[in-house]
Write a protein that binds this ligand. Structure first.
Ligand SMILES: [Cu+2]
Length: 132
């Protein structure tokens, strides 16, 4: 038995294994993605928080919707507080936090920053409009 041939066949096996594991990693990622979209119906809105505003500052959803706010605090620790839905979530600087709730009543509701972030903190507000 030629040792060079053994080395070569080992090399082929390694290449094969690498291809296999890459393929299965891709499958796992795809499954995870599908599971994420299985959460369908959620109304996702990206919101950026920076001194001293929420952007967008006006959020519109429909009654009964599952609302998923993907909120990123850019320049300071901020917070998202909306009394009508019993939510008060801190969003540390540089992080993205997801807040989910069901918009189970119609109306215009004010939300505000709940983490003192500077001189304009008190004016850091926005509105959530839930339509029928
Ligand atoms: Cu604040």
């Amino acid at each position: 038995m030629n040792s060079l041939r053994i080395v070569n066949s080992l090399r082929m096996m390694l290449i094969g294994l690498t291809i296999l594991s890459t393929a299965s990693a891709r499958t796992v990622a795809q499954v995870a993605k599908d599971a994420g979209t299985g959460m369908q119906g959620a109304h996702e809105i990206q919101v950026t928080l920076r001194k001293y505003e929420f952007n967008p500052g006006s959020l519109r959803v429909r009654k009964g919707e599952q609302v998923k706010l993907v909120m990123t605090a850019v320049d300071h620790d901020h917070g998202f507080k909306i009394d009508d839905f019993n939510i008060n979530q801190k969003i540390p600087k540089g992080t993205t936090v997801v807040v989910e709730f069901t918009a189970d009543k119609t109306g215009t509701f004010q939300f505000r920053c709940s983490n003192v972030c500077g001189l304009g903190h008190r004016n850091m507000k926005g509105t959530l409009v839930v339509e029928e």
